[in-house]
Each structure stands twice: as C-alpha cells, then as structure tokens.
Design a protein around this ligand. Structure first.
Ligand SMILES: Cc1ncc(C[n+]2csc(CCOP(=O)(O)OP(=O)(O)O)c2C)c(N)n1
Ligand code: SF4
Ligand SMILES: [Mg+2]
Length: 303
C-alpha cells in the first residue's frame, strides 16, 4: 500500500516536471512576516523535489489562518471544517492508497476542537503527514488563548493572563500513538524541509509540530529558539534513539526552546494496510459484485 514510488513521476520520463509555478495558486492572505509563508514555500519545495505528479497532490486543512493553506496550492485539496481535517483526510488516504495526503492546520484546530480526532487518527496509524503550524494563539479569530499558549499569556479570553497549563505537544502526540513525531520551526527552513521529507517517507501517521510565529497577535513568541534573535536552536542529540518512547518523553520534558528534530519513530501496521488485508481476506465472498451491492449486502445483514 501507498508505495511512494507510485506517487513520483521519476519513472515516467515523458512527463514534464512539476514546477513551483504550477503549484502556486492565490497570493497568500497572511500578514506580512507571518511564519506560515515559510511552511508554504517549503511545501512547494518538497513537492517539486519529490516530483509528486500534479494530479496526486492532495492538501487538506481545517479552519484558521494556517488552515487557509490549500487555497494557496494549485492542486487537489480541501479547506474543511474546524478541527475535522483529519477524519476527512483519513477517508481520502484510505480510499486512495496511491496518494500521500498532507494536512496543515493550527494549534487550535489540532489540539483544541480537533484534539479528539487527532488522538484517534494517531492510534489508527492512518498514512498521511500532518503539519501543525503552532503559533501558541488563535490567529484567525484575533487572539484567544490556545492549548499551547503559555501561562501568563494575555489574550481576549484571558485578559489578566492565562492560568491554564499548556499541553506539551510532543508528549501528547507520542502518547496518542502517532508513529512519527517531530518538531521544527519556520525560522529554520532547511530543518523544516528535512522534517517534511522524513515525515513523507514514513509509512504511517507522521506529525510535525512547526513553530510558526503570529507576528500580529504573538510577536516574538519564539525568539528564544531563533539564533538570529539571540535564542538557541538545539537539534535532537545524535545519540537519541528515536524508537525509544521513554527517551522521547525525556527529550520532550525540556523547557522552551527544548529540542528540534525527530523525537519518535516506530514501524507499526497502518490502518491502510489493515483494511487492505481484511479486503483481501473476504475478496472471494464479494467477487463479481459492484461496490453498491456489497454495501447493500452489509445493510441487509444489519436488519
Ligand atoms: C466549529 C467552529 N468553532 C469555532 C470557529 C471559530 N474559529 C475559527 S479558526 C479558530 C481558531 C484558529 O486557531 P488555530 O487553529 O490555532 O489557527 P491559526 O489561526 O492560529 O493559524 C476558531 C476558534 C469555527 N470556525 N468553527
Ligand atoms: S493573524 Fe497571525 S497567524 Fe494569522 S496571518 Fe496574521 S500573522 Fe499569520
Ligand atoms: Mg494558532
């Protein structure tokens, strides 16, 4: 299932290579300086590096500034319901094993309203890549506290400063069963691209938390992780064992700016493969039937 070779055109030399120009759609409506521009630029780069056939580029998002992403990619995609991008993307992934679905969205979309879907998509290990563009705030709705906003953050929902403890995205993603968990920042484009490349190569649910500054409602939030602003960008130590879940938790236990890189990676059967196995097992029982007849048969059984 989902053999990445089948999603590249490298084996079809008669095809014209896909260029950034082919993939560029509307001019992004983000504020000048928003971190999301960098994520988009390196998504174009990833797709052209990999020469994903244009008709197979599939970009899904929920709702938020970051979730406007699919509008800016000239290809298939959906700007779906707030927090519901993952169930939609799961349907696409399970029904089209020849695609590698990419999902983009914000911290609110992922960890607040979409938190439950995130947990279940992770434990099911549906093959796709999810890039969470984390700005520690609700940007689109103009500055409410998000699940990643730090204690003391003053917003429209916490005028005197937030008292709620923020989640730890890495710990939460690892414990939910995600089989590839990485952290990066929009300020380090090479690292961002490397994480997206590695996530795409992972056979399973790969998720990246990408710090992406909201210059309008939380400027300077990530300065401490940016060497150009006097901060430090510490990469995951080379001797870190990415298959060791507890080592990944320990890595995630460091205060901001923490570490950047792949925290955890594990090979587990994908939901896509499990479903294909079930289908193969019962193939002879439905041989010669149309999909609607199989469905009708299932409904009849439930009567
Ligand atoms: C069901 C529903 N509830 C609430 C909203 C309002 N809403 C739109 S985007 C958003 C939060 C966006 O924050 P985030 O996901 O962090 O994205 P950002 O804008 O920061 O990139 C909210 C609460 C909505 N559109 N739909
Ligand atoms: S409000 Fe913030 S997140 Fe939204 S486009 Fe502007 S800078 Fe980016
Ligand atoms: Mg946000």
């Amino acid at each position: 299932m989902n053999d990445l070779n089948s999603t590249t055109v490298l084996d079809a030399p008669d095809r014209v290579p896909v260029t950034k120009k082919d993939l560029t759609a509307d001019h992004p409506t983000w504020c000048p300086g928003c971190g999301d521009f960098s994520v988009l630029a390196f998504y174009y780069k990833l797709l052209t590096n990999r020469q994903v056939p244009h008709e197979k580029v599939t970009t899904v998002a929920g709702i938020g500034c970051s979730s406007r992403f699919p509008y800016f990619v000239q290809a298939h995609g959906a700007h779906y319901i707030h927090g519901r991008a993952l169930p939609f993307a799961s349907g696409v992934s399970l029904s089209r094993p020849d695609l590698h679905v990419f999902v983009f969205g914000g911290d609110g979309d992922a960890f607040s309203i979409g938190g439950n879907h995130l947990n279940h998509t992770a434990r099911r290990n549906v093959k796709m890549t999810y890039v969470i563009m984390d700005n520690y705030v609700y940007g689109l709705t103009k500055k409410q506290t998000s699940p990643t906003s730090p204690i003391g953050f003053k917003s429209k929902t916490d005028a005197w400063g937030s008292k709620d403890r923020p989640i730890n995205p890495m710990k939460q993603l690892i414990s939910s069963g995600a089989t590839f968990v990485a952290r990066t920042s929009h300020t380090n484009p090479n690292h961002l691209l490397a994480m997206m490349e590695a996530a795409m190569d992972h056979n399973g649910f790969s998720v990246i938390e990408c710090l992406s500054e909201c210059v309008e409602f939380y400027p300077g939030a990530f300065n401490d992780s940016n060497p150009r602003k006097g901060g430090v960008f510490n990469q995951v130590p080379e001797d870190h064992d990415v298959t060791d879940e507890y080592a990944a938790y320990r890595l995630a236990d460091n205060n901001f700016p923490g570490y950047f890189g792949i925290f955890y990676k594990k090979e587990v059967p994908t939901k896509n493969q499990n479903e294909a196995d079930i289908e193969a097992l019962f193939a002879d029982k439905v041989a010669g039937k149309q999909s609607w007849q199989i469905l009708q048969q299932s409904f009849n059984r439930m009567k």
